[in-house]
Design a protein around this ligand. Structure first.
Ligand SMILES: [Zn+2]
Length: 285
């Protein structure tokens, strides 16, 4: 019986992204939100586009890595329980929280069941080996100033070579802080694309912007910039955009102050030392 034809209110769209039909392949593997969970997890997985769930489960449970298989199973289970929390309790899905719940659950389980799931290094799926090292961490920030300018800062680093790029932009523009943050994110994405970076995690302390990117909220004013950002994100083989606290975004935050003073600059590495780093009072109008 097809309930949706009988006018029973059935949401057919994916409760995570609300843009695609909810199939098991989509929900667990191909949804942009679920993909963030896999990528953020210690598995660091990128899901190939044509992979089906049956194949993936078979593969992941037979990789000969008990911790990896365990983590995979628990993440699947957590995705399903979160799907129900979103549908029935209207909770807000936060990918990092799902990862944290899964790893904490396994930690607790393995402590109370010693010997069942040894923690081993994971290098199980093609492409995941070394992926963490090749992943570029990008930190972005922006600020609005009394003189009618916005300044942006962007820092890029990789595990094996530290900070390899710092950049600032200063633009005469009168916009609100969330627009400045969205513009900064788009600029950082474009810069990473120009540098031919293929795997990246973009960090911003503008929760409203990150939520729009991850389709957890909608802002009509920001939408054109958000659409640009989503288009740029598609250029990467793997990329996510995450919210972090301002305290964890200090490198980019300091660059905003530098950018306001020196204008648009790019450094290969850290900003040169003659620029004493002073904090700046952002103007939130
Ligand atoms: Zn989805």
């Amino acid at each position: 019986m097809n309930l949706s034809k009988k006018k029973v209110d059935l949401a057919l769209e994916c409760p995570f992204c609300q843009t695609q039909v909810e199939t098991s392949d989509h929900l667990f593997l191909h949804c942009n939100i679920s993909k963030q969970v896999w990528f953020l997890s210690p598995l660091g997985l990128r899901i190939p586009p044509s992979t089906g769930l049956d194949y993936w489960i078979d593969k992941m449970l037979n990789v000969g890595d008990s911790y990896g298989s365990q983590l995979f199973s628990v993440i699947l289970w957590k995705l399903w329980s979160w799907r129900n929390r979103v549908v029935f309790k209207k909770e807000v899905f936060i990918p990092q929280q799902v990862v944290n719940e899964a790893t904490e659950w396994i930690h607790e389980y393995n402590i109370s069941n010693p010997g069942k799931g040894e923690h081993r290094a994971i290098g199980m799926v093609e492409g995941s080996e070394g992926a963490k090292h090749a992943t570029t961490m990008v930190h972005v920030d922006a600020g609005c100033f009394e003189d009618g300018t916005i300044a942006m800062g962007c820092v890029m680093k990789e595990a094996n070579r530290g900070v390899f790029l710092s950049a600032t932009r200063k633009i005469a523009m009168d916009v609100d802080p969330s627009m400045a943050e969205a513009l900064a994110l788009r600029w950082a994405l474009q810069t990473a694309v120009d540098l031919k970076i293929t795997e990246a995690v973009f960090h911003s302390d503008a929760m409203s912007v990150v939520d729009c990117i991850n389709r957890l909220s909608f802002n009509a004013v920001l939408e054109p910039i958000i659409v640009d950002c989503l288009g740029l994100l598609e250029s990467f083989s793997s990329a996510v955009c995450l919210y972090i606290s301002r305290n964890c975004n200090m490198d980019a935050h300091k660059l905003v102050g530098i950018g306001h003073r020196v204008g648009s600059r790019t450094w290969l590495g850290e900003p040169s030392s003659e620029l004493s780093i002073v904090d700046f009072p952002p103007c939130y109008r």
